[in-house]
Write a protein that binds this ligand. Structure first.
Ligand code: SF4
Length: 326
């Protein structure tokens, strides 16, 4: 019954479309220390890499040539790429490919940086907080403060970005009440994308010997998300797909998810973006095949969230949000 309702809501707002994004993981350097992540600065066992600006633009070209009009630039928190460098990169991408949407997932910066990046042509930002319980947040992020993270989300929104967030399921100490509170937080702040990740231990981290989170809880949380906030974008996360395999992923695509990110990071370094163990990566062809098996349509357009496409609502929404942020 719940699943049927979820399916109807997904189709009501997004029809049969599953939006494709091309993601480029351009640097695996990170100054942070998240205890669950293989890229944490203390992990000296993985070789680090940075793509040059030319390599990034060339990879964007591959995504564009494949017909995808939405690119995600992701990295650890790596200030080697200054805000000016990222802004120039975004301007250059938009100059070459004006009909492309750029999403940034580069971690925390100073507030003015977001305005500069927005001005340069990036229009979407992904900043997950991962866990909204302040005590757990503190214990898993020794160098970060939850309040700073949430403040950064507000600054990003004020700068005019479409903003996605999300949380992890399965971190030790997390309770069902914590997960419930994640829903409340995401709903209250009306994020445009809710990414529900699955905790998978990464080698050479403090949590390397911990058990993996429960994928069925991720699936059920995706369903609850669609029912609770029907207009939001819900991606299939790589961690979920890597764990449950194709058949369960097809079910999630059929009823609830409407975004899939395809990894275009060059093969020479792709395996080094090791945020957790056994990360999977699918080709465009294989992804389209899965989506079609789910009875859905791979969609190559920018793929805006529903409310952005319905301007009347979006305008009042953004005005309200900006007023609240003042
Ligand atoms: S989760 Fe992100 S910020 Fe944290 S260590 Fe990994 S790459 Fe860095």
């Amino acid at each position: 019954m719940l699943l049927h309702q979820c399916h109807l809501l997904t189709e009501k707002y997004y029809g049969k479309q599953v939006f494709l994004r091309g993601i480029i993981e351009f640097s695996n350097f990170c100054s942070q220390s998240c205890c669950y992540c293989g890229l944490r600065s203390e992990n000296t066992s993985i070789p680090r890499y940075r793509l040059s600006i030319e390599e990034i633009i060339e990879t964007v070209g591959r995504i564009y040539k494949d017909g995808i009009r939405s690119v995600v630039l992701q990295s650890g928190e790596d200030l080697f790429y200054t805000t000016s460098v990222i802004a120039d990169l975004c301007s250059e991408i938009i100059r070459c490919y004006p009909d492309l949407a750029i999403t940034l997932s580069i971690g925390e910066r100073e507030s003015p940086a977001y305005r500069k990046l927005r001005k340069a042509g990036a229009s979407r930002f992904l900043m997950k907080h991962e866990i909204v319980n302040p005590i757990l947040y503190r214990s898993y992020h020794p160098k970060q403060e939850l309040i700073t993270r949430l403040g950064a989300q507000q600054s990003i929104r004020k700068a005019g970005f479409i903003l996605g967030s999300g949380f992890l399921i399965g971190l030790p100490g997390q309770t069902i009440t914590d997960i419930y509170n994640e829903f409340l937080f995401l709903k209250q702040n009306r994020f445009d994308m809710w990414g529900i990740g699955l905790f998978i231990p990464a080698d050479n981290t403090p949590l390397e010997n911990t058990v993996i989170g429960n994928p069925s809880l991720v699936y059920r949380s995706m369903i609850c998300s669609r029912i609770y906030e029907p207009q939001t974008m819900i991606p299939i996360t790589t961690a979920y797909h890597s764990t449950v395999g194709d058949d369960a992923t097809i079910l999630a695509l059929r009823d609830v998810a409407n975004v899939y990110m395809i990894n275009y990071t060059p093969d020479s370094v792709k395996h080094l973006y090791k945020i957790y163990n056994h990360k999977k990566s699918l080709s465009l062809e294989k992804t389209c095949d899965l989506i079609q098996k789910a009875g859905k349509k791979p969609t190559f357009t920018k793929g805006e969230p529903y409310r952005v496409n319905h301007q009347k609502y979006a305008t009042s929404y953004w005005n309200t949000r900006t007023d609240q942020c003042r």
